[in-house]
Each structure stands twice: as C-alpha cells, then as structure tokens.
Design a protein around this ligand. Structure first.
Ligand SMILES: [Zn+2]
Length: 408
C-alpha cells in the first residue's frame, strides 16, 4: 500500500497538505513534497476527521416493510419491532446490518458504537451476526458493540439478565439499558450500574425519551454515576424530556449531568417521527436541549439511531444528514452554529467513546473524510458528496457521482 498525500484541502480553515504514513497523519503543512506518495488532489475541499456514530441499531435496520408502521391508536414501535424480532435469524440480521454498515462507511463513518438487542425474543442471534460483521469489516470500520436490553429486564424478561451477562462475556464492550421499559425504573438502573461495575464496562441508557416528567430518570442516573465514581463512563441517548421540564428544573438536571460528566446523544430523526403524535394542539418535537447542554459544558453528540424501521422509516446512517435534521429541529441553524455542528459527530463523539489518537493532527490515526465543500455550513446546507472516506490511511470509499448541468 502506497502512502497518501492529500493536496490542498481545507483543514481548520487553512489550505494544507496532509501526508499519511503507515496509517497515521505524518505531517500537516502547506506544499509538502509529493515524492514517495500517491497524491490525491483535493483542492479547497473540506477535510474532517472520520465520522463517529455513537448510537445506532443495525440489527433492526431495513424492516420497515414488515409492518404497517405507526398509526393513530396502533401499536408502539417497540411492539412492532418485538414481533419482528422473534423471527430474526443470524443470517437475516447479518445481511440487513451489513447493508446499514456499508452505507455508513460510504457516508464517512470510520468508527461506530452500535446497540445489539439481547432479550428472550432474539436471544444471542444479533450478537452472533454483529460480531461476524465486526471481523468482516475490520479494515474499514472500527465497530464497537453495546449489549442492549430494549425489552427491559424484569417480569417475563427476567432471563434477559443472564443473556446480557453472556453477551458481555462474549466480548461486547458496553452495557445498555432502557429504564422506561420497566415499571421499576430505579431497580432497572441499579441493576445496570451493578453489572457494569462488576464487568468494568461503560454504560449507555436510552433515557427519558418521553414528555411525562414524572418518569424522569436522568437526575437519578447522574446521582448514581457520581456516587459510584463512574464519571465520564455513562452515556444517555434521547433525553428529550429535558425539553418538557420547567426551565429551573431543567437547569438543575443539566448541572447534575455536567457534574457526572455524562455524555448526551441526541437522535433527532427518530424524535421527529415518533414524538408528539397524540398532542391535539402542539406537536412537540421531542428533541433534547442541545444548545443549553453545550453552553453548560456537557459533551453532546448526535447519531443516526434507527434505519428504515417503524421508529424511523426514513432513517439513514449519514451523519451529515443528521446534522441538517439537528439544525432544523434544535434551533441550531445559524451560520455560527452550522460551523460547530460537525463536532457533534466527530470530536465530541470520539471523546464519548474514549477514542485515542483521533483528530486532524500529526500522529493521529488517518481516519478522514473529504467533502465536496469549502466549509461545514456549505457541507450541511448542500448535503454535499463525501469525495473520499479514508480509514487508517486507506481509501475505503470514493464518490465519483457527478451531475452535468446543461444550461442555456
Ligand atoms: Zn436507540
């Protein structure tokens, strides 16, 4: 494999060359000597570090055509997917998840932490399929897996506890809960903290996705994180309930989240499809308060969540698309905000996952995306092509799509 020299790209607002050696960024400077390199001319094209998905469900991707979807008075998306999940085979999960992962790679994703459902319906079939994909795509995607209890862990799902432990023993590196799926939310949260501590793994909760503030758990999760000294090792997805809290209560919860160094992932595409359906007056957007969390110093990220299933029939693992949805749904579309939105699926996501050697600096791993834009605002607004996706110094996707304008 010949080392690459990316010539004339835009890095942090400046025109720079990037020399890559042995999978790492060797030098960043203007006008580097090209001898010994394969040169990619990327004149004035924006270079970002590889995109990082932190919350995504490849195991239940591409099943939207297996049910009628959400209808007034009909089943919840959880119920629709649970029925389908009983019929999943390892090969079925593998094929659908592979399609999702290939799309993600083609759209700039170089690292992904994905949820894998583990419960009495699907047992370990999703784990088996995703662990195969982890190996099969290793050169193109750093795939990390969360053992996720979408159906809860009490009552009929009691055996899920043993299955989750099996998944962690099989090598899954994060434990994931969903407190709202159990009546005893605190009991659910306690079991996840105890088990995560026993196995020494970080935690990820689907938390506070609804608007009934009596169900709030973020404050309790933050208290437990602090008490158990798990600062920086707990992540919450959704947290749309923050938006339903009175401002003073919201500020108190955000302060606790900040103290616990909890990471917050917003999943706006799913919120916009699922939330606010029963409200006769105002259709609540359900997206968390990203701006306030950021201002308070909380590490925030955005991610894709669902791909073509009853939760998000139009879900697509393109983080540039999620950035546009975020800009529109979270009042983050001013030019200064568009300029920092990519942090929510690059540097912030990398911090959430604890990635080492990540970023656009000499010595970092050469995970890069070259976009057909001069800056982030243009990239998001025009939803531009990803010209090159580079993983550890190797081009893993290249877009050659062009449109020929035939003007008078
Ligand atoms: Zn999710």
């Amino acid at each position: 494999m010949e080392d690459l020299l990316l010539r004339g790209g835009r890095v942090g607002g400046l025109r720079q060359d990037i020399a890559i050696r042995e999978g790492r960024i060797h030098r960043i400077a203007p006008d580097l000597a090209p001898a010994g390199y394969e040169v990619l001319e990327i004149s004035d094209k924006l270079v970002l570090p590889g995109f990082v998905e932190t919350h995504i469900h490849p195991d239940k991707a591409f099943i939207a055509d297996r049910s009628d979807g959400l209808r007034a008075g009909g089943p919840t998306p959880q119920m629709l997917v649970a029925e389908q999940k009983k019929k999943f085979t390892v090969d079925d999960v593998y094929q659908r998840a592979r399609r999702a992962l290939e799309l993600a790679i083609r759209h700039g994703c170089t690292t992904m932490r994905a949820h894998v459902e583990v419960d009495i319906f699907v047992e370990m079939r999703g784990v088996e399929a995703l662990q195969r994909l982890q190996k099969d795509l290793a050169g193109a995607l750093d795939l990390r897996l969360i053992a996720f209890a979408q159906e809860g862990i009490f009552g009929a799902q009691e055996p899920t506890k043993a299955l989750l432990r099996d998944a962690l023993k099989a090598g899954l590196s994060t434990l994931g809960g969903a407190p709202f799926m159990d009546t005893d939310q605190r009991g659910h949260i306690d079991w996840f903290f105890e088990t995560a501590q026993e196995f020494g793994v970080p935690l990820d909760f689907h938390a506070d996705s609804g608007d009934d503030i009596a169900m709030l758990t973020t404050d309790y999760i933050a208290e437990q994180t602090i008490k158990r000294r798990m600062h920086g090792r707990v992540t919450l997805g959704h947290v749309g309930m923050l938006d339903a809290l009175p401002p003073k209560d919201r500020a108190d919860v955000i302060a606790k989240v900040r103290e616990a160094q909890i990471h917050v992932i917003s999943l706006p595409a799913t919120e916009l499809h699922v939330k606010g359906r029963t409200d006769a007056q105002k259709t609540w957007r359900g997206v968390t308060r990203l701006g306030e969390l950021r201002d308070a110093g909380v590490n925030i990220a955005i991610s894709t969540n669902n791909i073509v299933n009853p939760f998000t029939p139009y879900g697509h693992p393109d983080l540039l698309r999620q950035a546009l949805i975020t800009a529109a749904s979270a009042h983050l579309g001013n030019l200064d905000q568009l300029a920092w939105l990519p942090e929510l699926f690059t540097t912030n996501s990398a911090r959430l996952l604890g990635l080492e050697d990540y970023g656009l600096a000499e010595g970092c791993r050469a995970d890069l995306v070259v976009l057909d834009a001069r800056d982030a605002a243009q990239a998001i607004t025009e939803q531009v092509e990803k010209l090159y996706v580079i993983k550890a110094g190797r081009v893993v996707a290249r877009s050659t799509r062009t449109t020929e304008l035939r003007l008078p």
